[in-house]
Design a binder for this molecule. Structure first.
Ligand SMILES: *[C@@H]1O[C@H](CO)[C@@H](O)[C@H](O)[C@H]1NC(C)=O
Ligand SMILES: *[C@@H]1O[C@H](CO)[C@@H](O)[C@H](O)[C@H]1NC(C)=O
Ligand SMILES: [Fe+2]
Length: 508
Protein backbone atom coordinates (compact mmCIF):
# COMPACT_ATOMS: atom_id res chain seq x y z
CA UNK A 1 0.00 0.00 0.00
CA UNK A 2 2.81 2.39 0.98
CA UNK A 3 4.89 1.23 -1.92
CA UNK A 4 1.97 1.97 -4.20
CA UNK A 5 1.57 5.44 -2.72
CA UNK A 6 5.27 6.16 -3.25
CA UNK A 7 5.13 4.94 -6.82
CA UNK A 8 2.00 7.03 -7.40
CA UNK A 9 3.66 10.13 -5.94
CA UNK A 10 6.74 9.58 -8.09
CA UNK A 11 4.55 9.17 -11.17
CA UNK A 12 2.64 12.36 -10.40
CA UNK A 13 5.94 14.21 -10.00
CA UNK A 14 7.22 12.95 -13.34
CA UNK A 15 3.92 13.86 -14.99
CA UNK A 16 4.05 17.29 -13.42
CA UNK A 17 7.51 17.89 -14.90
CA UNK A 18 6.46 16.60 -18.29
CA UNK A 19 3.40 18.82 -18.13
CA UNK A 20 5.51 21.80 -17.11
CA UNK A 21 7.59 21.65 -20.34
CA UNK A 22 4.67 21.24 -22.71
CA UNK A 23 3.51 24.85 -23.16
CA UNK A 24 -0.15 24.38 -24.13
CA UNK A 25 -0.62 21.90 -21.29
CA UNK A 26 1.16 24.34 -19.00
CA UNK A 27 -1.67 26.81 -19.35
CA UNK A 28 -4.04 23.97 -18.43
CA UNK A 29 -1.94 23.39 -15.32
CA UNK A 30 -2.19 27.12 -14.65
CA UNK A 31 -5.98 26.96 -14.78
CA UNK A 32 -5.94 23.98 -12.42
CA UNK A 33 -3.70 25.93 -10.04
CA UNK A 34 -6.07 28.88 -9.96
CA UNK A 35 -9.03 26.59 -9.35
CA UNK A 36 -7.13 24.90 -6.53
CA UNK A 37 -6.29 28.28 -5.01
CA UNK A 38 -9.89 29.45 -5.12
CA UNK A 39 -11.15 26.34 -3.35
CA UNK A 40 -8.24 26.40 -0.90
CA UNK A 41 -8.82 30.00 0.11
CA UNK A 42 -12.58 29.63 0.49
CA UNK A 43 -12.17 26.51 2.59
CA UNK A 44 -9.52 28.05 4.83
CA UNK A 45 -11.65 31.16 5.22
CA UNK A 46 -14.61 29.06 6.23
CA UNK A 47 -12.61 27.11 8.81
CA UNK A 48 -11.22 30.33 10.31
CA UNK A 49 -14.67 31.83 10.70
CA UNK A 50 -16.30 28.62 11.93
CA UNK A 51 -13.66 28.17 14.61
CA UNK A 52 -14.27 31.74 15.74
CA UNK A 53 -17.97 30.95 16.02
CA UNK A 54 -18.97 33.15 13.10
CA UNK A 55 -21.07 32.41 10.06
CA UNK A 56 -19.26 32.37 6.73
CA UNK A 57 -22.12 32.66 4.22
CA UNK A 58 -24.67 34.25 6.51
CA UNK A 59 -27.14 31.38 6.09
CA UNK A 60 -27.36 28.11 7.96
CA UNK A 61 -27.67 25.94 4.82
CA UNK A 62 -24.86 27.85 3.09
CA UNK A 63 -22.61 27.27 6.09
CA UNK A 64 -23.45 23.59 6.25
CA UNK A 65 -22.65 23.18 2.55
CA UNK A 66 -19.39 25.16 2.57
CA UNK A 67 -18.47 23.45 5.84
CA UNK A 68 -18.83 20.01 4.32
CA UNK A 69 -16.77 21.16 1.32
CA UNK A 70 -14.09 22.67 3.52
CA UNK A 71 -13.72 19.53 5.59
CA UNK A 72 -13.47 17.16 2.67
CA UNK A 73 -10.93 19.53 1.12
CA UNK A 74 -8.85 19.58 4.31
CA UNK A 75 -8.94 15.80 4.49
CA UNK A 76 -7.82 15.58 0.85
CA UNK A 77 -4.86 17.96 1.27
CA UNK A 78 -3.81 16.54 4.61
CA UNK A 79 -4.36 13.00 3.36
CA UNK A 80 -1.67 13.60 0.73
CA UNK A 81 0.79 14.78 3.38
CA UNK A 82 -0.14 12.08 5.87
CA UNK A 83 0.24 9.42 3.21
CA UNK A 84 3.86 10.49 2.73
CA UNK A 85 4.45 10.42 6.49
CA UNK A 86 2.69 7.08 6.90
CA UNK A 87 4.96 5.58 4.30
CA UNK A 88 7.91 6.40 6.49
CA UNK A 89 6.33 5.17 9.73
CA UNK A 90 4.00 2.45 8.58
CA UNK A 91 2.74 1.14 11.92
CA UNK A 92 2.35 4.43 13.71
CA UNK A 93 0.55 4.51 17.04
CA UNK A 94 -3.10 5.66 16.73
CA UNK A 95 -3.80 8.57 19.06
CA UNK A 96 -6.89 9.60 21.07
CA UNK A 97 -9.34 12.11 19.54
CA UNK A 98 -8.12 15.71 19.19
CA UNK A 99 -9.10 18.83 21.10
CA UNK A 100 -10.58 21.74 19.10
CA UNK A 101 -8.20 24.36 17.73
CA UNK A 102 -8.04 27.74 19.42
CA UNK A 103 -7.91 30.24 16.55
CA UNK A 104 -6.97 33.86 17.21
CA UNK A 105 -8.03 36.52 14.71
CA UNK A 106 -6.26 39.79 13.90
CA UNK A 107 -8.94 42.46 14.21
CA UNK A 108 -6.70 45.53 13.94
CA UNK A 109 -5.63 47.50 10.86
CA UNK A 110 -3.38 45.75 8.33
CA UNK A 111 -0.37 47.91 9.21
CA UNK A 112 -0.52 46.93 12.88
CA UNK A 113 1.97 44.34 14.13
CA UNK A 114 0.79 40.84 14.98
CA UNK A 115 2.49 37.57 15.96
CA UNK A 116 5.26 39.42 17.82
CA UNK A 117 7.99 37.16 19.19
CA UNK A 118 11.57 37.71 20.31
CA UNK A 119 14.80 35.70 20.34
CA UNK A 120 18.33 36.37 21.63
CA UNK A 121 21.07 37.31 19.17
CA UNK A 122 24.61 37.04 20.59
CA UNK A 123 25.26 38.20 24.14
CA UNK A 124 23.44 41.56 24.20
CA UNK A 125 20.99 41.80 21.34
CA UNK A 126 17.44 40.70 20.74
CA UNK A 127 15.65 40.00 17.50
CA UNK A 128 12.07 41.27 17.34
CA UNK A 129 9.98 39.41 14.77
CA UNK A 130 6.42 40.23 13.73
CA UNK A 131 4.03 40.10 10.80
CA UNK A 132 1.93 42.79 9.13
CA UNK A 133 -0.76 42.09 6.54
CA UNK A 134 0.34 45.36 4.96
CA UNK A 135 3.50 44.38 3.07
CA UNK A 136 4.64 48.02 2.93
CA UNK A 137 4.70 48.53 6.72
CA UNK A 138 8.14 49.67 7.92
CA UNK A 139 10.61 47.24 9.59
CA UNK A 140 11.52 49.47 12.51
CA UNK A 141 11.42 49.02 16.29
CA UNK A 142 11.39 51.95 18.72
CA UNK A 143 12.39 51.05 22.27
CA UNK A 144 13.39 52.40 25.66
CA UNK A 145 13.38 51.63 29.37
CA UNK A 146 10.17 53.48 30.25
CA UNK A 147 6.70 52.94 28.81
CA UNK A 148 5.94 55.25 25.91
CA UNK A 149 9.44 56.84 25.93
CA UNK A 150 11.45 55.44 23.09
CA UNK A 151 15.08 56.51 23.11
CA UNK A 152 16.38 54.29 20.32
CA UNK A 153 15.21 53.22 16.89
CA UNK A 154 16.45 50.13 15.08
CA UNK A 155 15.84 49.23 11.46
CA UNK A 156 15.73 45.73 10.05
CA UNK A 157 14.27 43.94 7.08
CA UNK A 158 11.24 41.98 6.05
CA UNK A 159 10.62 38.90 4.02
CA UNK A 160 7.57 37.18 2.56
CA UNK A 161 7.04 33.69 1.32
CA UNK A 162 4.69 31.93 -0.97
CA UNK A 163 3.35 28.48 -0.19
CA UNK A 164 1.47 27.11 -3.14
CA UNK A 165 -1.25 29.76 -3.38
CA UNK A 166 -0.84 31.30 0.03
CA UNK A 167 1.15 34.53 0.22
CA UNK A 168 2.35 35.55 3.66
CA UNK A 169 2.18 39.04 5.07
CA UNK A 170 5.45 40.92 5.60
CA UNK A 171 7.52 39.02 8.17
CA UNK A 172 9.73 41.60 9.86
CA UNK A 173 12.97 40.90 11.70
CA UNK A 174 14.71 43.74 13.54
CA UNK A 175 17.67 43.28 15.89
CA UNK A 176 17.79 45.72 18.78
CA UNK A 177 20.61 46.40 21.23
CA UNK A 178 23.08 46.35 22.82
CA UNK A 179 20.73 45.84 25.75
CA UNK A 180 21.43 45.58 29.47
CA UNK A 181 20.84 42.19 31.15
CA UNK A 182 17.83 41.55 33.42
CA UNK A 183 16.23 44.76 32.23
CA UNK A 184 12.71 45.51 31.06
CA UNK A 185 12.41 47.33 27.74
CA UNK A 186 9.27 48.77 26.20
CA UNK A 187 8.96 48.63 22.45
CA UNK A 188 6.73 49.32 19.50
CA UNK A 189 6.93 47.64 16.11
CA UNK A 190 6.52 49.39 12.76
CA UNK A 191 5.48 52.70 14.38
CA UNK A 192 1.97 51.32 14.79
CA UNK A 193 -0.22 49.44 17.21
CA UNK A 194 0.28 48.44 20.81
CA UNK A 195 3.34 48.76 22.98
CA UNK A 196 5.03 45.54 24.08
CA UNK A 197 7.56 44.89 26.80
CA UNK A 198 10.30 42.32 27.19
CA UNK A 199 12.80 41.39 29.86
CA UNK A 200 16.34 40.54 28.82
CA UNK A 201 17.85 37.38 30.35
CA UNK A 202 20.34 37.64 33.23
CA UNK A 203 24.09 37.88 32.57
CA UNK A 204 24.88 35.51 35.46
CA UNK A 205 23.31 32.53 37.18
CA UNK A 206 20.67 31.81 38.35
CA UNK A 207 18.62 31.46 35.19
CA UNK A 208 15.30 29.72 34.61
CA UNK A 209 14.32 28.04 31.36
CA UNK A 210 10.86 26.83 30.45
CA UNK A 211 11.07 23.80 28.17
CA UNK A 212 8.11 22.64 26.09
CA UNK A 213 7.76 20.71 22.85
CA UNK A 214 4.98 19.84 20.39
CA UNK A 215 2.93 22.87 21.35
CA UNK A 216 0.22 23.18 18.69
CA UNK A 217 -2.78 25.48 19.15
CA UNK A 218 -5.59 23.65 20.91
CA UNK A 219 -7.44 24.14 24.17
CA UNK A 220 -4.69 22.05 25.77
CA UNK A 221 -2.07 24.41 24.37
CA UNK A 222 -3.94 27.38 25.80
CA UNK A 223 -3.91 25.83 29.26
CA UNK A 224 -0.18 24.99 29.01
CA UNK A 225 0.54 28.59 27.95
CA UNK A 226 -1.49 29.99 30.83
CA UNK A 227 0.45 27.84 33.31
CA UNK A 228 3.76 28.93 31.80
CA UNK A 229 2.70 32.56 32.04
CA UNK A 230 1.56 32.20 35.64
CA UNK A 231 5.13 31.90 36.97
CA UNK A 232 8.19 33.91 35.96
CA UNK A 233 11.02 32.58 33.81
CA UNK A 234 13.86 33.99 31.70
CA UNK A 235 13.74 32.11 28.41
CA UNK A 236 11.66 29.46 26.68
CA UNK A 237 13.25 26.54 24.82
CA UNK A 238 11.16 24.58 22.31
CA UNK A 239 12.48 21.29 20.87
CA UNK A 240 10.33 21.30 17.73
CA UNK A 241 6.74 21.05 16.41
CA UNK A 242 5.36 24.53 16.87
CA UNK A 243 2.09 25.32 15.13
CA UNK A 244 0.88 22.03 13.61
CA UNK A 245 -0.23 24.14 10.66
CA UNK A 246 0.51 21.05 8.57
CA UNK A 247 0.46 22.93 5.24
CA UNK A 248 -2.53 25.16 6.18
CA UNK A 249 -0.55 28.38 6.22
CA UNK A 250 -3.14 30.62 7.96
CA UNK A 251 -2.68 28.35 10.98
CA UNK A 252 0.90 29.64 11.29
CA UNK A 253 -0.53 33.14 11.59
CA UNK A 254 -3.06 32.05 14.18
CA UNK A 255 -0.34 30.26 16.16
CA UNK A 256 1.79 33.42 16.13
CA UNK A 257 -1.12 35.36 17.58
CA UNK A 258 -1.84 32.70 20.22
CA UNK A 259 1.73 32.69 21.60
CA UNK A 260 2.33 36.44 21.23
CA UNK A 261 1.52 37.39 24.87
CA UNK A 262 4.35 35.12 26.10
CA UNK A 263 6.67 35.16 23.09
CA UNK A 264 6.79 38.96 22.90
CA UNK A 265 7.88 39.20 26.54
CA UNK A 266 10.63 36.53 26.88
CA UNK A 267 12.94 35.08 24.25
CA UNK A 268 11.58 31.94 22.60
CA UNK A 269 14.39 29.78 21.25
CA UNK A 270 13.15 26.99 18.99
CA UNK A 271 14.39 24.19 16.80
CA UNK A 272 12.49 22.32 14.11
CA UNK A 273 10.29 19.22 14.33
CA UNK A 274 8.74 17.08 11.60
CA UNK A 275 5.65 19.31 11.49
CA UNK A 276 7.81 22.19 10.30
CA UNK A 277 8.83 20.34 7.12
CA UNK A 278 5.54 20.92 5.23
CA UNK A 279 6.49 19.49 1.88
CA UNK A 280 3.51 18.41 -0.21
CA UNK A 281 3.61 15.93 -3.04
CA UNK A 282 3.46 17.62 -6.44
CA UNK A 283 2.96 21.17 -5.19
CA UNK A 284 5.59 22.03 -2.56
CA UNK A 285 9.02 20.47 -2.72
CA UNK A 286 10.99 22.88 -0.52
CA UNK A 287 10.99 22.01 3.19
CA UNK A 288 10.79 24.47 6.13
CA UNK A 289 9.56 27.39 4.00
CA UNK A 290 7.18 28.87 6.59
CA UNK A 291 9.32 27.90 9.60
CA UNK A 292 12.51 29.48 8.30
CA UNK A 293 10.77 32.68 7.28
CA UNK A 294 8.81 33.11 10.50
CA UNK A 295 11.01 31.62 13.23
CA UNK A 296 14.41 32.96 12.36
CA UNK A 297 16.98 31.92 14.96
CA UNK A 298 20.51 33.33 15.59
CA UNK A 299 22.35 30.78 13.44
CA UNK A 300 24.62 33.45 11.99
CA UNK A 301 25.39 35.31 15.22
CA UNK A 302 27.76 34.74 18.12
CA UNK A 303 31.09 32.91 18.13
CA UNK A 304 29.88 29.69 16.57
CA UNK A 305 27.66 30.40 13.55
CA UNK A 306 26.18 27.27 11.99
CA UNK A 307 25.00 28.67 8.67
CA UNK A 308 21.61 26.94 8.95
CA UNK A 309 18.42 27.96 10.73
CA UNK A 310 17.83 24.24 11.39
CA UNK A 311 20.61 23.99 14.02
CA UNK A 312 22.55 26.57 16.04
CA UNK A 313 23.81 27.34 19.52
CA UNK A 314 23.93 30.26 21.93
CA UNK A 315 25.21 31.19 25.37
CA UNK A 316 22.99 32.10 28.29
CA UNK A 317 23.68 33.61 31.71
CA UNK A 318 26.90 35.27 30.51
CA UNK A 319 28.24 31.99 29.14
CA UNK A 320 27.52 29.92 32.27
CA UNK A 321 25.18 27.85 30.10
CA UNK A 322 25.64 26.86 26.48
CA UNK A 323 22.52 25.69 24.65
CA UNK A 324 22.84 23.60 21.49
CA UNK A 325 19.79 23.32 19.25
CA UNK A 326 20.18 20.33 16.94
CA UNK A 327 18.16 19.56 13.81
CA UNK A 328 16.59 16.10 13.73
CA UNK A 329 15.50 16.83 10.13
CA UNK A 330 18.77 18.21 8.75
CA UNK A 331 21.55 15.80 7.67
CA UNK A 332 23.49 14.66 10.76
CA UNK A 333 25.60 11.75 9.53
CA UNK A 334 29.38 11.74 9.41
CA UNK A 335 30.55 14.26 6.82
CA UNK A 336 27.39 16.39 7.14
CA UNK A 337 27.59 20.14 7.74
CA UNK A 338 25.65 19.77 10.99
CA UNK A 339 28.08 17.23 12.42
CA UNK A 340 31.13 19.26 11.46
CA UNK A 341 29.62 22.36 13.03
CA UNK A 342 28.66 20.47 16.21
CA UNK A 343 32.23 19.21 16.56
CA UNK A 344 33.58 22.76 16.31
CA UNK A 345 30.88 24.13 18.59
CA UNK A 346 31.45 21.60 21.38
CA UNK A 347 35.25 21.97 21.10
CA UNK A 348 34.90 25.69 21.85
CA UNK A 349 33.08 25.11 25.14
CA UNK A 350 35.41 25.57 28.14
CA UNK A 351 33.65 23.81 31.01
CA UNK A 352 35.52 25.86 33.64
CA UNK A 353 33.72 28.89 32.28
CA UNK A 354 30.59 27.11 31.07
CA UNK A 355 29.48 24.64 33.73
CA UNK A 356 26.17 23.88 32.00
CA UNK A 357 25.79 22.32 28.58
CA UNK A 358 22.26 21.65 27.29
CA UNK A 359 21.12 20.06 24.03
CA UNK A 360 17.67 20.13 22.42
CA UNK A 361 16.46 18.06 19.47
CA UNK A 362 13.12 16.78 18.24
CA UNK A 363 13.05 12.97 17.87
CA UNK A 364 14.16 11.41 21.19
CA UNK A 365 17.20 9.14 21.32
CA UNK A 366 15.78 7.25 24.31
CA UNK A 367 12.07 6.52 24.41
CA UNK A 368 9.99 3.71 25.91
CA UNK A 369 6.67 5.03 24.55
CA UNK A 370 4.95 3.09 21.79
CA UNK A 371 4.86 6.25 19.68
CA UNK A 372 7.84 6.98 17.40
CA UNK A 373 9.89 3.98 18.51
CA UNK A 374 13.37 4.00 17.03
CA UNK A 375 12.98 7.26 15.07
CA UNK A 376 15.88 8.93 16.87
CA UNK A 377 18.22 5.93 16.59
CA UNK A 378 20.16 6.97 13.50
CA UNK A 379 20.89 10.38 14.93
CA UNK A 380 21.84 8.87 18.29
CA UNK A 381 24.35 6.57 16.63
CA UNK A 382 25.80 9.48 14.65
CA UNK A 383 26.13 11.96 17.51
CA UNK A 384 25.83 10.36 20.96
CA UNK A 385 29.58 9.95 21.48
CA UNK A 386 30.21 13.63 20.74
CA UNK A 387 27.70 14.70 23.38
CA UNK A 388 29.07 12.16 25.85
CA UNK A 389 32.67 13.26 25.35
CA UNK A 390 31.62 16.88 25.84
CA UNK A 391 29.83 15.87 29.09
CA UNK A 392 26.49 17.34 28.02
CA UNK A 393 24.30 17.69 31.12
CA UNK A 394 20.80 17.26 29.70
CA UNK A 395 19.30 16.32 26.33
CA UNK A 396 15.71 17.51 25.83
CA UNK A 397 13.53 16.05 23.09
CA UNK A 398 9.90 16.36 21.93
CA UNK A 399 8.01 14.39 19.25
CA UNK A 400 6.47 11.85 21.65
CA UNK A 401 3.41 13.46 23.19
CA UNK A 402 4.07 12.52 26.78
CA UNK A 403 6.61 13.18 29.53
CA UNK A 404 9.49 10.81 30.22
CA UNK A 405 12.66 11.26 32.27
CA UNK A 406 15.62 8.92 32.04
CA UNK A 407 18.74 8.33 34.10
CA UNK A 408 22.14 9.53 32.88
CA UNK A 409 22.90 7.29 29.90
CA UNK A 410 25.58 6.50 27.41
CA UNK A 411 25.08 3.92 24.66
CA UNK A 412 22.03 2.23 26.23
CA UNK A 413 23.73 1.84 29.64
CA UNK A 414 23.44 3.89 32.81
CA UNK A 415 26.54 6.10 33.00
CA UNK A 416 27.07 8.85 35.57
CA UNK A 417 29.00 10.93 33.01
CA UNK A 418 26.30 10.73 30.31
CA UNK A 419 23.49 13.23 29.73
CA UNK A 420 20.16 12.98 31.48
CA UNK A 421 17.48 12.43 28.77
CA UNK A 422 14.08 14.10 29.01
CA UNK A 423 11.16 13.87 26.58
CA UNK A 424 8.86 16.84 26.94
CA UNK A 425 6.56 16.61 23.89
CA UNK A 426 3.40 17.26 25.90
CA UNK A 427 2.63 20.88 25.00
CA UNK A 428 -0.92 20.17 23.85
CA UNK A 429 -1.16 19.73 20.07
CA UNK A 430 -4.17 18.49 18.14
CA UNK A 431 -2.93 14.93 17.76
CA UNK A 432 -3.43 14.25 21.47
CA UNK A 433 -1.35 12.21 23.90
CA UNK A 434 0.84 9.16 23.33
CA UNK A 435 -0.75 7.05 26.04
CA UNK A 436 1.09 3.73 26.04
CA UNK A 437 4.57 3.02 27.37
CA UNK A 438 6.16 -0.34 26.60
CA UNK A 439 6.61 -2.28 29.87
CA UNK A 440 9.49 -4.51 28.82
CA UNK A 441 11.30 -2.07 26.54
CA UNK A 442 15.08 -2.55 26.48
CA UNK A 443 15.48 0.95 28.01
CA UNK A 444 12.76 0.51 30.67
CA UNK A 445 15.29 0.06 33.47
CA UNK A 446 16.78 3.47 32.55
CA UNK A 447 13.40 5.24 32.44
CA UNK A 448 12.76 6.80 35.85
CA UNK A 449 9.45 8.57 35.25
CA UNK A 450 6.79 8.29 32.55
CA UNK A 451 3.42 9.94 32.28
CA UNK A 452 1.15 10.73 29.34
CA UNK A 453 -0.29 14.10 30.41
CA UNK A 454 -0.02 17.62 29.02
CA UNK A 455 2.23 20.04 30.87
CA UNK A 456 5.55 21.90 30.71
CA UNK A 457 9.01 21.71 32.27
CA UNK A 458 11.30 24.16 34.04
CA UNK A 459 15.04 23.99 34.44
CA UNK A 460 16.30 26.39 37.06
CA UNK A 461 20.08 26.57 37.10
CA UNK A 462 20.86 27.74 40.61
CA UNK A 463 24.64 28.02 40.50
CA UNK A 464 27.61 26.45 38.71
CA UNK A 465 27.07 23.05 40.32
CA UNK A 466 23.33 22.69 40.92
CA UNK A 467 20.12 22.87 38.93
CA UNK A 468 16.59 21.70 39.56
CA UNK A 469 14.32 20.25 36.90
CA UNK A 470 10.57 20.08 37.43
CA UNK A 471 7.68 18.87 35.33
CA UNK A 472 4.37 20.71 35.77
CA UNK A 473 1.30 18.76 34.74
CA UNK A 474 -1.82 20.58 33.53
CA UNK A 475 -4.44 19.74 36.14
CA UNK A 476 -7.44 21.67 34.85
CA UNK A 477 -7.02 25.19 36.18
CA UNK A 478 -3.62 24.85 37.80
CA UNK A 479 -0.23 23.33 37.12
CA UNK A 480 0.90 20.63 39.54
CA UNK A 481 4.53 19.66 40.06
CA UNK A 482 4.56 15.94 39.34
CA UNK A 483 8.26 15.30 38.96
CA UNK A 484 11.23 17.13 40.42
CA UNK A 485 14.90 16.24 40.44
CA UNK A 486 18.12 18.04 41.37
CA UNK A 487 21.09 17.59 39.11
CA UNK A 488 24.76 18.36 39.33
CA UNK A 489 26.73 19.81 36.46
CA UNK A 490 29.01 17.34 34.68
CA UNK A 491 31.71 20.03 34.29
CA UNK A 492 33.45 18.53 37.32
CA UNK A 493 33.22 15.06 35.79
CA UNK A 494 34.99 16.44 32.75
CA UNK A 495 37.87 17.97 34.69
CA UNK A 496 38.15 14.80 36.79
CA UNK A 497 38.49 12.87 33.57
CA UNK A 498 41.06 15.32 32.22
CA UNK A 499 43.04 15.00 35.48
CA UNK A 500 42.97 11.21 35.33
CA UNK A 501 44.15 11.34 31.75
CA UNK A 502 46.99 13.68 32.75
CA UNK A 503 47.98 11.43 35.66
CA UNK A 504 48.12 8.46 33.31
CA UNK A 505 50.25 10.47 30.92
CA UNK A 506 52.56 11.50 33.77
CA UNK A 507 52.93 7.90 34.91
CA UNK A 508 53.98 6.75 31.46
C1 LIG B 1 39.22 27.61 30.42
O1 LIG B 1 38.83 28.65 31.29
C2 LIG B 1 39.65 28.78 32.45
C3 LIG B 1 39.00 29.79 33.38
O2 LIG B 1 38.70 30.98 32.73
C4 LIG B 1 41.05 29.17 32.01
O3 LIG B 1 41.90 29.26 33.13
C5 LIG B 1 41.58 28.09 31.05
O4 LIG B 1 42.82 28.47 30.55
C6 LIG B 1 40.60 27.88 29.89
N1 LIG B 1 41.06 26.73 29.12
C7 LIG B 1 41.25 26.80 27.81
C8 LIG B 1 41.68 25.54 27.15
O5 LIG B 1 41.07 27.84 27.18
C1 LIG C 1 24.69 25.64 44.76
O1 LIG C 1 23.34 25.50 45.16
C2 LIG C 1 23.09 24.35 45.93
C3 LIG C 1 21.60 24.23 46.12
O2 LIG C 1 21.05 25.42 46.60
C4 LIG C 1 23.86 24.44 47.25
O3 LIG C 1 23.63 23.28 48.01
C5 LIG C 1 25.34 24.56 46.91
O4 LIG C 1 26.07 24.76 48.10
C6 LIG C 1 25.59 25.73 45.97
N1 LIG C 1 26.97 25.69 45.53
C7 LIG C 1 27.72 26.77 45.43
C8 LIG C 1 29.11 26.58 44.93
O5 LIG C 1 27.32 27.87 45.76
FE1 LIG D 1 7.04 15.54 16.02
Amino acid sequence: MCKMARVAAALIRVMFHVVAVAVPVKSLAGVAKVAFALINQRCLGYMDQAALGRSYTGTFCGDALVGAMAHSWRILVQGLTSLMFLCVHADEYVRPPPSPLVLVAHDKPASHPQQVHISVVGANNMRISWVTDDRKAPSVVEYGKSPGKYTTLATGEHTTYQYFFYKSGAIHHVTIGPLEPSTTYYYRCGRAGDEFSLRTPPATLPIEFVVIGDLGQTGWTASTLSHIGAADYDMLLLPGDLSYADTQQPLWDSFGRLVQPLASARPWMVTEGNHEIETLPVVEFAPFVAYNARWRMPYDAGDSPSGSNLYYSFDAAGGAAHVVMLGSYAPFEEGSEQRRWLERDLARVNRSRTPWLLVLLHAPWYNTNEAHQGEGDRMRRAMEKMLYDARVDVVFAGHVHAYERFARIYDNEADSRGPMYITIGDGGNREGLALRFIKDHKSSHLSLFQEASFGHGRLRIVNETSAVWSWHRNDDDHATVRDEVWLESLAAAKSALAKTARRHADEL
